[in-house]
Design a protein around this ligand. Structure first.
Ligand SMILES: [Zn+2]
Ligand SMILES: [Zn+2]
Length: 463
């Protein structure tokens, strides 16, 4: 294998490497410890969360892990019943997930004794773990939601102060430069997989850039799924506005989204990002006299590379995204990456409004089962009865915001929304998912960041 740091790792080597890295960074970045400690125990029961010595799996999907028949029964009632078919389909996709990961030579370092992939070992290999704190590079920003990080990022706006080398912190040949010396061919000619994409971008497959490129490429994959990708250069310049909701970790590597300018030639693409965290961060920034800029990043590809322009706006105002009622103000599409659509009830009004207003809306998630968590029943009940919220569901976030929005759904649209909610929404594997597999403690099923795409509202695509 063409591994930049040597042949396949064994466990002892992994352990040594992690220890060495820990000793190097522990004083500067104590919080990184949680990323690099080896996976502690082993599989856990989905219901009682105890470590399981003798794994029992669900008879349906053969994926969900339990300690006992009692726990199996209890969790089935609690909701696995609804997720089981999707979990089974995820299980059938394991070879495909592996195929995506194994396109990259550096992934042979990541598998641990439990058969899970440790993506931070790849961070360590390339020396970028913890590097986000050194003048806000693009790496190791994941799961950082503490106030310091957000303030720090706001204090160092991307792009203005960082060169590509400072942002990526990789050897120059591994950086997917936005000022390519040799332009990729136009119109874009890659197939939907990483290997082909790297070839088109003239990037060596040894580069770990895909770990971050998964974000812009997943936007691309969602828009393609919604019928909004147009590769021809001819014709008048095209305008496209995409509302990007649920911005979180991506806040740390905004310039990486510049990649989209190459993917949308002859287009002015505006990406408007919304998220609870950036709203709060901007509040704090304002109080410190740092005026947020409406447009935080702008890049135009050279004309011989298609001349596409991307502008990224971060909307500082609302804590929750809410499409305007005015159709002239609607985006061409809404995307939500790795949305956890089912976990956050605060997203559910976006589903309703995208259906009511017919705005194309696509999301990604780790696997199909996480999308199956979307409480369609809750939405349906909400639509038909408006208030009070249905019994027996988790009501966090519900009252203040969702109930208010539900009230606004026009009575005439209730039937339309209800009918749309009845439709099945099959998920599709995202070839541009993160090439890694997350640690799944409670299930044998696969899961990668941006692993699958699901169209919530197809809308009427305006290509
Ligand atoms: Zn149990
Ligand atoms: Zn099952």
């Amino acid at each position: 294998m063409n591994n930049p740091v040597g042949p396949m790792f064994n466990l002892a080597t992994q352990q040594q490497l992690l220890e060495k890295e820990w000793n190097r960074i522990k004083d500067k970045f104590p919080a990184e410890r949680s990323r690099i400690v080896p996976y502690p125990g082993g599989p856990q029961c989905m219901a009682c969360k105890q470590l399981v010595k003798k794994v029992q799996v669900c008879a349906g999907c053969k994926m969900a892990i339990y300690c006992s028949p009692e726990c199996t029964k209890q969790w089935w009632k609690k909701g696995h019943k609804r997720q089981c078919p999707a979990t089974k389909r995820d299980g059938e996709r394991i070879p495909k997930y592996k195929e995506i990961v194994q396109q990259f030579p550096w992934t042979d370092a990541g598998w641990n004794a439990q058969g899970y992939y440790m993506k931070y070992l790849v961070w360590v290999q390339f020396g970028v773990l913890g590097s986000s704190r050194e003048k806000v590079g693009y790496w190791a920003v994941y799961e950082r939601t503490n106030q310091d990080t957000w303030d720090e990022i706001l204090d160092s706006p991307w792009g203005r102060q960082l060169t590509e080398e400072e942002g990526w912190k990789l050897a120059t040949k591994f950086i997917p430069s936005l000022a390519p010396k040799v332009c990729p061919s136009f119109p874009p000619t890659f197939d939907d997989n990483w290997t082909s994409y790297y070839q088109w971008r003239r990037l060596p497959i040894e580069s770990p850039a895909a770990i971050l490129l998964q974000w812009p490429l997943s936007v691309y994959a969602c828009l393609k799924e919604l019928g909004l990708v147009k590769k021809e250069l001819a014709g008048p310049r095209r305008k496209l506005r995409v509302d990007y909701i649920g911005l979180r970790d991506e806040f740390g590597f905004i310039p990486v989204f510049g990649e989209l300018a190459l993917l949308f030639p002859n287009t002015d693409l505006d990406l408007v990002m919304f998220g609870e965290h950036n709203s709060r961060a901007f509040e704090r920034a304002k109080s410190r006299g740092l005026a947020p800029q409406p447009c935080v990043f702008e890049y135009t590809a050279p004309s011989m590379c298609g001349g596409g322009t991307i502008r990224i706006f971060i909307d500082p105002s609302p804590p929750y995204y809410r499409p305007s009622r005015d159709p002239s103000d609607h985006p061409d599409a809404i995307v939500a990456l790795n949305a956890g659509l089912g976990s956050f009830i605060s997203w559910q009004h976006v589903i309703l409004l995208s259906i009511e207003f017919d705005i194309p809306f696509a999301v990604t998630d780790y696997c199909e089962a996480s999308l199956a968590e979307v409480k369609w029943e809750v939405l349906q009940q909400g639509v038909s009865s408006t208030l009070p919220p249905p019994k027996g569901i988790e009501l966090i976030h519900y009252h203040a915001m969702l109930a208010k929005v539900l009230k606004e759904v026009r009575i005439a649209d209730v039937e339309k929304v209800s009918a749309a909610l009845e439709r099945e929404r099959p998920a599709k594997l995202n070839e541009f998912m993160e090439p890694s597999q997350r640690t799944a403690m409670h299930s044998l099923s696969p899961g990668s960041s941006n692993g699958v795409i699901q169209v919530v509202t197809r809308g009427t695509a305006k290509v």
